[in-house]
Ligand binder design. Structure first.
Ligand SMILES: Cc1cc2nc3c(=O)[nH]c(=O)nc-3n(C[C@H](O)[C@H](O)[C@H](O)COP(=O)(O)OP(=O)(O)OC[C@H]3O[C@@H](n4cnc5c(N)ncnc54)[C@H](O)[C@@H]3O)c2cc1C
Length: 437
């Protein structure tokens, strides 16, 4: 039995980050009525690098015409034509950077079918937002609480407004209010993000400044491996800017539980790398970052991505460590599958349809996103000499990063996922119809 008419079907998306915006493009394409609620007064302007693998690019293609070409127009690869298929080249943090080691010259990982494509996050957001009617977006709207009554999700915003929708999508990032609503009654221990005993300093600087320090080492994306430390660098903004990330692993608890960032002094920041035998070039690079520690957290376990009319996507579902540069790509994959199944529901809105759609989304997306975040955790350990087997043996580290490690992630058949999601949904609907006969 239909519990709301087709024309009543509406989606509330909470959070205008990469995941929420990508979903909005998909919903718009499927003509599904939606409103995007963002707590900030405007779209984010955070300056940082972002990269997508072939899976993310394919997801863009399948979500909406024109999305991928626009992204490709702002992204950049490694400088030399020879290194376009290099994801990262491995070196060391220690003095000399490992340039004199036997493995130097064969320390990159990637794939012949991979092409590096990184961009400035702000430019990506500009592209995403160009596809979305601005009248569907409401800024300065912080979701403070969520309830479900009958055939509606009821959203309470901190300015006092109360809104009803057929389904609410939590694209509200790692500290998600919607995640709390979905998981608290079922798996309360899975609500909070888990501190990965690791934090990072990050910055985007002009390429000339980076070249002055690193010379032609800036040409190809690098991960410098050290004991309990690593440094990630790559070109963005058409090669005009340079993105870097200095990561530290620590046994200490995260000191500011209410915030994922911690301001420290310049001296404290430098002390995290000085005195550890780190190459002076990496120290000079770090000196250009703001002394802010970005805590690295992830959602290691999620027993479900939905409950009733509330569903999770992006970092609210599967926040991950950054070592496979894959978190945003997984958010775009979520957007593809979720917009597909909601497209079906919106045609014949009923509770059974919605449940079948969200079950299908959960079945297709959760195992894959889970695998990515577990592999990212492992990559972080490998790349900071913490892996129990490889330790600081670079030959072993490289062996594990090279080969076909990323094939399942990058070259996955997303068209088949779309098909599978449809089939999963239909199968559940036919089971519920037969079961009720
Ligand atoms: C250092 C680092 C490097 C990375 N590099 C890469 C990379 O190269 N490639 C890649 O694919 N991924 C990368 N990632 C991961 C990627 O950045 C994230 O997975 C992605 O940005 C998450 O997008 P999101 O939209 O899910 O969440 P967010 O970007 O966190 O967006 C959430 C949005 O929701 C809003 N919001 C939050 N709470 C509320 C509320 N209660 N009410 C209303 N609005 C709310 C926020 O203001 C925000 O706009 C990296 C991550 C880190 C930390």
């Amino acid at each position: 039995m239909s519990d709301s008419k087709q024309e009543d079907f509406s989606v509330a998306v909470v959070g205008a980050g990469i995941a929420g915006l990508a979903l909005a493009i998909g919903l718009h394409k499927h003509n599904i009525p939606f409103t995007l609620y963002e707590e900030a007064p405007q779209y984010s302007t955070v300056g940082a690098g972002i990269g997508f693998g072939p899976n993310g690019l394919l997801a863009m293609d399948l979500i909406g015409e024109g999305f991928r070409p626009k992204y490709e127009s702002i992204c950049v690869g490694n400088k030399s034509a020879r290194d376009q298929d290099v994801f990262f080249e491995g070196l060391l943090c220690e003095e000399g950077l490992g340039l004199d080691k036997d493995w130097y010259g064969r320390s990159s990982w990637g794939s012949p079918n991979y092409t590096r494509k990184s961009a400035h996050r702000k430019e990506l957001l500009d592209i995403l937002t160009s596809f979305i009617p601005i009248e569907n977006v409401k800024f300065s709207k912080r979701l403070s609480n969520l309830e479900q009554h009958g055939d509606k999700a009821v959203l309470h915003f901190s300015d006092g407004e109360v809104v009803k929708a057929s389904v609410v999508v939590g694209a509200d990032g790692i500290q998600s209010v919607v995640r709390d609503h979905v998981l608290r009654p079922l798996s309360p221990d899975q609500v909070e993000p888990v501190y990965a005993q690791s934090y990072a300093y990050r910055a985007v600087i002009p390429m000339e400044a980076a070249n002055e320090i690193l010379g032609d080492l800036t040409d190809t994306a690098k991960i410098y491996v050290g004991q309990d430390r690593n440094v990630v660098t790559y070109r963005i903004t058409g090669g005009k800017e340079f993105n870097f990330l200095h990561c530290v692993y620590t046994d200490a608890a995260w000191p500011t539980p209410d915030s994922m960032t911690q301001e420290v002094t310049h001296e404290e920041m430098m002390a995290d790398f000085e005195g550890h035998g780190i190459d002076e070039r990496l120290l000079r690079l770090l000196g250009k970052a703001k002394p802010i520690r970005w805590g690295l957290f992830h959602h290691l376990r999620s027993s479900t991505y939905f409950r009733g009319r509330a569903v999770l996507m992006g970092d609210s579902a599967h926040a991950s460590l950054p070592y496979q540069a894959a978190g945003a790509g997984q958010g775009v994959e979520d957007a593809l599958i979720l917009s597909t199944v909601l497209g079906h529901v919106s045609k014949v809105s009923s509770k059974e349809n919605l449940t079948a759609a969200l079950e299908a989304y959960d079945a297709v997306r959760r195992p894959r996103a889970q695998r990515q975040l577990e592999q990212s955790l492992e990559a972080g350990e490998l790349l900071s000499s913490q892996d129990p087997k490889a330790g600081s043996d670079m030959e072993q580290v490289l062996q594990r990063m090279q080969g076909d490690r990323f094939d399942w992630l990058w070259f996955h058949d997303l068209r088949q996922d779309v098909q599978l999601a449809r089939e999963e949904m239909e199968q559940r609907l036919s089971t519920s119809v037969n079961g009720s006969e």
